[in-house]
Design a protein around this ligand. Structure first.
Ligand code: HEM
Length: 473
């Protein structure tokens, strides 16, 4: 049972399993440099094949998706996510995916723009020049408010509660804990007791969102209305438990990743004043203090490049993994049923063949001429194939609009003594948060300003933006 399957040169690990390491990324990087496009290792009883070439990743995600299941980590998280879109498989997944899709169509997503900027303005109204904030927590709260309003059409009353429960839950998904048998979750250790309480708090919040929505009795075409209205062949509707699984999945998948993309973007901009200057120049020239709108998105090219480059260096989802259903061949190697296949955005996005000087933060890599030369899966922050992120357009629009709204008003600086440590948990989080100092800035006026939206008055330093046509109802 423990013999090595035939395949590439193995790398056996004794007492050094990447999954047990608090930060497996340097280990993976070293192996990728040494073993190349594909390599094999064993982590306890798991046979793992690591793919580090765009064509091999495409082979798994796009050409043969039916031969793979979500991996053990995702399967183990089912007790928490239930059968939501992220964890579900087969026909049930397909049905739910089709049901949810209209909420992410372009026309629908465009209507979310004003929700996004309105909540950004609300956040800024609490920020003052010279203040310090944990920017990770600020971005988490902001994106959570947005997703709850956009997808479920209710106000998130307990966003702080959700964030704190989520912090606790996420800190328990790293390392060997994910490999523990389910029974371990019921151990009466203080950590597990805190963990179970956090999950119960999340559940309460989710059920209250469902109840609030039912109470409102408004079918406004939002995602939750669509899910509630759905009927199966027998005319039955989704149970509260099924609704809970979907709502919880969208709540978590729909806010923490975008919050992380923005958090790491602020961190990178603080370290790269030249890129920051270019960003400000674009925002001042195109918006001149105006709150961005959906129609501005095609012109905010440098702003979008900053986000893309930030997700190259700090991909919020830092790896994808699948379990093989039937034996298959890849580059002449037989990958057996039951083995795991791992593809890491963190590693692939640093491949020097596709990204020269990979550690350099250079948003201009994303100019159309350069970007179109890249193979499809050299860069895959949102995954790919049928299981590609359903919220990718939502996320790109949100990150661009929030960056544009906030960067017009504030420059963020690192608090010098604050430790910045990434932790590849379920997602790539800053372990100690990201404490930053807020420096207010006023847009430099340009004669080429366009648009009719709300103006940010230069004299308003540190206070709420003037509300224009995008006031939250
Ligand atoms: C920068 C932000 C985001 C990143 C980097 C991201 C990344 C990803 C990735 C890599 C996957 C694929 C996982 C896999 O194949 O195993 C995924 C799936 C998913 N994402 Fe996102 N995501 C982001 C934002 C969002 C948003 C805003 C939403 C919803 C509003 C969302 C909802 C989902 C859902 C429901 C799935 C499961 C889709 C399925 O399996 O059918 N994500 N995301």
């Amino acid at each position: 049972m423990f013999s090595r399957p035939p395949g590439p040169k193995p790398h056996f690990l004794i007492g050094n399993m990447p999954l047990a390491s608090p930060d497996p990324l340097p280990i993976f990087s070293a192996w990728a440099a040494e073993f190349g496009d594909i390599f094999y290792y064993r982590a306890a009883w798991l046979h793992v094949y690591f793919l580090n070439h765009p064509d091999l990743i495409e082979e798994v995600l796009v050409r043969n998706p039916r031969n793979f299941l979500k991996d053990r980590v995702i399967r183990n998280s089912r007790w928490f996510f239930g059968e939501g879109l992220l964890t579900n498989e087969g026909d049930s997944w397909l049905r739910q995916r089709r049901l949810s899709a209209p909420a992410f169509h372009r026309e629908r997503v465009s209507t979310y723009a004003s929700i996004m900027t309105s909540y950004a303005k609300q956040t800024l109204s609490h920020w003052q020049d010279g203040g310090t904030r944990d920017i990770h927590q600020e971005m988490m709260r902001l994106t959570l408010q947005i997703v709850v309003r956009a997808l479920f059409n209710v106000e998130a009353e307990a966003t702080a509660e959700i964030s704190s429960a989520l912090n606790l839950i996420m800190s328990n998904t790293t390392g060997v804990r994910i490999l523990l048998p389910p029974i371990a979750r019921y151990l009466p250790t203080p950590r597990m007791i805190r963990f179970r309480r956090a999950v119960a708090r999340m559940d309460n919040t989710v059920y209250s969102i469902i109840a609030q929505h039912r109470g409102n009795q408004i079918d406004s075409g939002d995602l939750l209305s669509m899910l509630m209205a759905a009927r199966d062949e027998d005319g039955g509707h989704m149970s509260d438990r099924q609704l809970r699984d979907e709502v919880l999945t969208f709540l978590i998948a729909g806010h923490e990743t975008t919050a992380l993309a923005l958090t790491w973007t602020w961190h990178l901009l603080a370290q790269h004043p030249q890129a920051e200057r270019k960003l400000h120049e674009e925002l001042d020239r195109l918006l001149g203090g105006r709150v961005p709108e959906f129609s501005d998105l095609p012109t905010l090219t440098y702003t979008e490049r900053v986000i893309k480059e930030s997700m190259r260096l700090y991909p919020p989802a830092w790896s994808l993994a699948r379990t093989v259903i039937s034996d298959f061949e890849l580059r002449g190697y037989r990958i057996p049923a039951g083995a795991n296949v791992v593809m890491s955005q963190w590693i692939m996005h640093r491949h020097p063949s596709y990204f020269p000087e990979p550690e350099k933060f250079d948003p201009d890599r994303w100019s159309p001429e350069k970007a179109q030369r890249l193979p499809r899966f050299a860069y895959f922050p949102f995954g790919g194939g049928p299981r590609q992120c359903i919220g990718s357009s939502f996320a790109m629009m949100e990150a661009t609009l929030l960056l544009a709204t906030i960067a017009q008003r504030f420059r963020l600086r690192m608090v010098p003594e604050h430790p910045v440590m990434r932790i590849p948990s379920f997602t790539l989080r800053p372990k100690y948060g990201l404490r930053m100092t807020l420096e207010s800035r006023s847009p430099v006026s340009h004669s080429t300003q366009t648009g009719q939206g709300a103006q940010i008055s230069a004299s308003e330093s540190g206070h709420a933006l003037a509300l224009g046509p995008q006031v939250l109802s």
